[in-house]
Write a protein that binds this ligand. Sequence first.
Ligand code: UGA
Length: 444
Amino acid sequence: MVKIAVIGTGYVGLVSGACLADFGNRVVCADIDAKKISQLKKGIIPIYEPGLEDVVSNNVKAERLIFTDDLRAAIGESEVVFIAVGTPPRPDGSAELSQVEAVARQIGRVIADYKVVVTKSTVPVGTARKVRSWLTEELVARGVPDISFDVVSNPEFLREGSAVFDFMHPDRIVIGAETQRARDIMKAVYRALYLTETPYIETGLETAEMIKYAANSFLALKITFINEIANLCERVGADVQDVAKAMRRDKRIGPKFLHPGPGYGGSCFPKDTKALAWLARQAGSPLTLVEATIAANERQRELMLAKIEKGLAGEGGLAQKTLALLGLTFKPNTDDLRDSPALDIAQGLLARGAILRLYDPIALQTAKASFNATAERVYLARDEYDAITGAHALIIATEWNQFRNLDLTRIKGLLRAPYFFDLRNIYQRQAVEEKGLRYFGVGK
Ligand code: UGA
């Protein structure tokens, strides 16, 4: 059992804190946002993440997990302090580190004995070393330069929507550290996983930081690659589903992240690819593939709009056409709308004069704010079928499970014109066309 403080109760902090408590550690989750902490104390979880509420309440009950807005106390009573605050992107793509700096300095202002200070948020290569100097500056200013501490980089690889599962069943744990003492303590933190032989990769600080960016950028590149192959398939009469199916069988390529669609979104891939590209330019070693990935991913959203516009050309274009758009989050099982392709596509359709009937299982009300200026052309539907009623076309933008098995006969009856845009390839062309609908997928 290790005493842990997790600073920052956002997405990463909350999931990490709850799961680390579930591994048997004593965890204090701290945040300067007193309102958020008081909600958490009442068991109200500010994000939608399957399974999280149970892990939180079980561990609160077992007295392994507590919440506080007293950062000083949280840090003081812990041996390991995880920094899990936000690192939002600046306009040039670089990451904004002021919150990380503030926490590092706060730690330096309060510690009285040895701590392991861990960066958990995705931070640029070199940040762990900066954390060390910020903290050291504060110790020196206090006149206590001899209080010792170690910094560790421990990137997280969890996906929104399956974050709890991913934290409990990681493909690997990466620990970037500089002393054996820190490595041993981190091993104790992850003892529950270490015992199940989860691969445990120990590296230096910069390497651990680079692993996260390289992994996310590679995955973004993989998605973008299959998107571009899909676009080409449409031109030459090939079917990307079969191409991807055969590619997946090659163990060197692997089975995952080969689903074409409107491009990747969310709070990670767009931000991390840009941050890595920025870092590479700064370091004089540009990453041309990552730069191309970023550009191609932005183009993919435009291509989806063009597909819909072209598909409806026979109806006289998009102006004044009513379109049902299903799914607004950047992927299913999350309430996260950040950098969601679906939202961009919705905005693009509105800019072309369309009227939208929107439905999303979780994020409909939150999404409302994005459409203020065009509110009179946006209707928030009660469910899928309400959205479809009277529309000229149906567009599936996010593959929530409940959209995978829609009643196609009912849809045909509710639509005013028979257009079916499946931007996530979750339907078979034949099954849709048999019902008298016109099917448009991605790359087939
Ligand atoms: C991603 C990584 O998968 C996590 O390992 C990582 O920890 C996380 O970023 C992070 O850095 O915090 P996440 O953004 O939650 O996780 O979502 P993914 O499931 O990776 O999906 C990202 C985007 O790619 C979504 O928009 C999804 O629709 C899209 N995608 C994914 C595709 O278009 N095709 C695919 O085959 C896979």
